[in-house]
Every structure is written in C-alpha cells, then in structure tokens.
Design a protein around this ligand. Structure first.
Ligand SMILES: Cc1ncc(COP(=O)(O)O)c(C=O)c1O
Length: 449
C-alpha cells in the first residue's frame, strides 16, 4: 500500500497541476491544507500512501455507515457487473427493482415508491420538481414556491444551493438563486438556552399565510441539519411542522441524505418524531459510499398523483439513476446494516460518544456539545463561552485546528463547530481513542490561540 517517494512526488506534481479538489483552491497550498493521498481503508481507519493510519471522524463525507473494506459489497457489485452494467431505456435490472422494494419496506410509508438518481443533489432536485408536479397533477398550477431554512445544506446544484440561503456564501457566488424560494429560521435556539416556544416552527405557518397557501408547493428540511450545526430539534418541532404542512396542503420533504440508514440511531431520523414525510431523499448511506446513487422516495399519496393519464407522467430523467451496480451495492449494504445491527450500534455508540464528549467542557473554549441521537455530534468552540462570542477569521482557528488534526491523524472538518460522525460500525475502544485525541488537540489549541 505504501508508495515510493518518487511515486508520491509524481502524485503531488500531477495533483498541483491538474487536479481540482472540491471546496479548496484550484491548486494546493502545502503543507497544512494540502490533499492527503489515501489508498486503503478498513472499518473506521483510513491509510495514506505514506503508510500512516487515520481515524475517520466524518465517515468519509457522512456516508461510510458500514465502514470501509466490506468485501461483500465489492463482490455484489462485481457479480452484478458481470451480468449487466447498465439497463437500457425502458428496462430495469432486478437489483434496481429489489432495492426499491427494500427501501419501501424500511420507509415510514410502506407503500412508498422510489425514484432513483445518482446522488444527493439530484435527489433533492427531483423531490422539488416532484412536489411542484404533484400539485400541478392535482389541478393546482400555482403551487410552486418552496420554503426552506437558512443555513441548511441540500446540495451543490443551482436549486439545491439556493435552499440553504447562502450557506458558505455559495449562493452569492453564482448569481440569483432559485425563484420562489423563501427561507425561514433553523430550529437551533432551544438546544442552547433550553427555552423554546417553537417560534421557528410557527414561522412556517406565518410565511405560508403571508405568501398564500395556494402558491406554496413544499417545505424542505434535514431532520437534524449537519450544515446548520447539528442542533437536535425540540421534540415538538417536527410534529408541529407536519401539522402546519397538512393544514396548508404543502408537501413535507425531509432530506435524509445524511441522517438516513442509521446515522441517528434509527433507520430514518423522522422515526424519532413519528412523522411521515410526503417525500424523503436519500443518497450517501444507501451504499455507504461504495458507489454513487440517490433517490427521492415518494409516499403513496404523492406517487398516486402520477398514475393514470399520460399527461401525468413525471418528465424527469437521470441517466445513471438506479444504475444496476449501484443498486447491487445498496442491497448488499442494507443487508450488512440489518444483519449486523448497525442501527442499534449507532444508537448505543452515539450515547457512549455523547457521554464521553462531556469531558471536553473542561476546556475554556468549548461552549456547547450537541448530540445524543446516534453518531452525529458537534463540539462548538467559542472565544468567550459566557457571551458565546465566536472566533474571528484572523484568530487562525481553522488553520491551527487543521494542523493539529493532521499531526494527530484525525480525518475530519476543522471548524469552530467540529462535527463528529464516525462510521456506524465504530466500537467503544475506537470512540475512546477518538475522544482522547480530540481532548489532546483542543488542549494544544487553547495554548496556540
Ligand atoms: C443533507 C444533504 N443533502 C444533500 C446533499 C447533496 O448530496 P451530494 O453531494 O451527493 O449531491 C448533501 C451533501 O453533503 C447533504 O449533506
């Protein structure tokens, strides 16, 4: 696995000249923020080409639910690819059909119908178009506006980036956002001060009334938003949102791209609140990132609006949607999740992680630790924890944190909100290792700041 010095140097040169990493400068800026070259992995551990071993704090990118190196998935894909590698127009492979039935059987609405695409952004785009088309098919041609929440992340394509309302300033870099997209607040106040009057949920009611319910197609949100800082919503938030959507005939779209397939200690996060979304979206954890795939999963109510007359067809097609090899990966991945009680492990290890993280409050800069619902947690750093004053850019927090994470071989995101979402196969020993490393990193960081 270890590459020679010359091979690594060639990778570095080719990378600096030709590779464009996502979310970073086009060339690389060594040494801290340079890209690491990795070529092997197992469980929660990732190996680089120099032979170093890293613990993956973010499950790749919130997706390596069953962990790395699962041969069963590789073999399922290999077998599938020997049989057929693409289903031509007007056909479907048995794997794709079986995966749709499997997803429906796990869904809050068992009569769901699955519209496959190739990733999370496409799943969201599909859900938005499906919602607008649903109302059109029901004779409501004016219901096309979408309400979403500021600070969310729903993907990189034009409509998706608009939904977050300038998350990471992305929307402002690309001209006008999607027309008819209205933004409301996140449910992120109550987990800090304990006081919650559900204003963030009732804001939806007010905004729908202000816009006119006859113009609004759907409301979309992540059950727990990673981008907005992993705040666990008040227990009544989602049931209240569900009621408001029902009252106004507005579809509820839940984005389970991160939270789906066990991340929160339930197969789907909406189960925590007993709500049934009209449409929900999945991607990442569906194959644990072994191959790309995504889907918009429509409840019976929604998909029934696309039955009958030819005029009711959903005019939407994605070439790689439900690709046979990706579908085979999805089936093999779900089999592992079920047979190895991965969801239960996420719930138990999530509790253990959350309890261990509490020790980090001893550091002067740790102002909030959020989590307790599966393996999705956050440690928030403040310049002043009493006033909740944030670190400014010139504090150099991010570079310093990234340096320390690199030195300690922690793969994750260096930010004032440190997300912790390891693979769901993690064990107690690995949680201990991870939290001990974080403890060490934060104590060094305090001295450097
Ligand atoms: C909640 C959520 N929705 C949608 C997406 C978009 O998925 P993709 O990057 O596969 O297009 C992401 C990506 O991180 C996400 O976190």
């Amino acid at each position: 696995m270890k590459l020679s010095g010359e091979e690594i140097e060639n990778l570095q040169t080719d990378s600096e000249n030709h590779f464009w990493p996502h979310g970073r400068l086009a060339g690389q800026v060594p040494p801290i923020r340079s890209i690491k070259f990795v070529n092997h992995a197992k469980g929660v551990w990732v190996g680089d080409v120099k032979g170093n071993k890293w613990i993956d704090v973010l499950s790749g990118l919130w997706l390596k639910n069953v962990g790395y190196g699962r041969e069963e998935i590789v073999e399922a894909v290999y077998s599938q690819m020997k049989e057929i590698t693409f289903s031509p127009i007007s056909t479907a492979s048995p794997s794709t059909i079986r995966l749709s039935a499997k997803i429906a059987s796990l869904s809050p609405d068992k009569q769901s119908r699955v519209y496959f695409v190739s990733g999370g952004s496409e799943a969201i785009e599909t859900s938005l178009k499906m919602a607008k088309n649903y109302h059109l098919n029901n004779g409501d041609s004016n219901k096309w506006k979408i309400i979403s929440r500021r600070g969310s992340y729903h993907g990189a394509t034009h409509a998706c980036m608009s939904l977050g309302g300038a998350v990471a300033s992305a929307t402002y870099n690309f001209g006008p956002p999607m027309p008819g997209n209205i933004h409301i607040s996140q449910p992120n106040g109550c987990s800090i001060d304990g006081n919650c009057n559900l204003q963030c949920a009732y804001e939806l009611d007010k905004v729908i009334e202000h816009e006119g319910a006859s113009t609004v197609a759907a409301f979309i949100g992540e059950p727990i938003s990673a981008a907005a800082g992993i705040h666990i919503p008040h227990p009544d938030y989602w049931p209240t949102i569900r009621e408001i959507c029902n009252k106004h005939n507005v579809l509820l779209i839940c984005d389970e791209v991160i939270t789906g397939f066990g991340r929160t200690g339930k197969m789907f996060a909406t189960e925590h609140w007993g709500i049934i979304p009209d449409i929900y979206t999945i991607a990442k954890g569906l194959t644990s990132g072994y191959l790309p795939i995504g889907a918009a999963v429509a409840s019976k109510k929604v998909s029934d609006a696309f039955l009958g007359d030819e005029n009711l067809v959903f005019k939407h097609l994605i070439t790689f949607g439900g690709n046979p090899a990706s579908s085979a990966a999805g089936l093999a991945n779900i089999k592992i999740i079920e047979e190895e009680n991965i969801v239960e492990n996420a719930a138990n290890m999530g509790d253990y992680l959350f309890q261990k993280l509490q020790s980090l409050y001893k550091h002067d800069i740790v102002g909030d630790i959020r989590g307790g619902k599966g393996l999705i947690a956050a440690v928030e750093l403040f310049k002043n924890i009493d006033t909740k004053e944030k670190f400014t850019k010139d504090s150099g927090l991010i570079d310093k944190l990234e340096t320390l994470m690199t030195e300690n071989q922690l793969l994750g995101r260096a930010a004032d909100v440190i997300p912790i979402a390891p693979p769901l196969c993690i064990n107690e020993r690995e949680v201990d290792y991870l939290v001990d490393k974080l403890d060490l990193i934060i104590s060094r960081l305090v001295k450097m700041l």
